[in-house]
Design a protein. Structure first.
Length: 193
């Protein structure tokens, strides 16, 4: 006689959420962001895809958490799109400076950036996530060409690299408000012409 296992929680004190995140890291690393699927992650974690959806609303949110990124597109994109369009450059720069201000939040981002510089798979995964989960969603929400949002991102990427990786002075220790005043108008120009 075969005993059929009931769906739902697995027996024992298993960290199912943690196992899903570990499986997600593996699948994202192997397949990249675009080709990774919830079904594939569930298969790697040996759970039902519905259980993955129980713990994570979206693939983007799961990626952000699996990679320990301080940003979840499901929260950030709507926040960026809300509010006056002529203040979007300021919102973007403030968000970037807020997200990178704490070392514990910044470390995974810097580690992923460094990995992307030397590892083609990490580069592809990061590129797919940044463009498809963040930049293009903001651009499409604003009706802005993708080239413009990528140009704005290049400025912000440069800021992170110069401030936290190269630690150029006085940029590395400049006051956030000074940087917002300096950089936001340029970002705004990319987005509104």
């Amino acid at each position: 006689m075969t005993v059929k296992r009931r769906p739902g929680r697995r027996p024992g004190s298993v960290d199912t959420r943690g196992e899903i995140l570990a499986a997600a890291r593996t699948v994202f690393a192997e397949k990249g962001f675009d080709k990774a699927t919830v079904r594939g992650i569930a298969r790697e974690a040996k759970v039902d895809p519905a259980l993955v959806h129980h713990y994570f609303d979206t693939k983007e949110g799961m990626f952000a958490e699996a990679m320990q990124l301080p940003i979840n597109p499901e929260e950030v994109v709507p926040a960026l799109l809300e509010g006056p369009r002529d203040e979007l450059g300021e919102r973007l720069v403030r968000l970037l400076l807020t997200l990178t201000s704490k070392e514990e939040a910044r470390q995974p981002v810097i580690a992923l950036l460094r990995s992307a510089m030397t590892n083609e798979a990490a580069l592809a995964m990061l590129r797919e996530f940044i463009t498809n989960a963040l930049l293009f969603r903001v651009a499409d929400g604003l009706g802005v060409p993708h080239l413009r949002i990528e140009a704005a991102f290049s400025q912000m990427f440069g800021l992170v690299m110069a401030r936290y990786v190269l630690q150029l002075e006085p940029l590395a220790t400049a006051d956030d408000e000074e940087l917002v005043a300096l950089i936001a108008p340029t970002i705004q120009r990319y987005l509104t012409g």
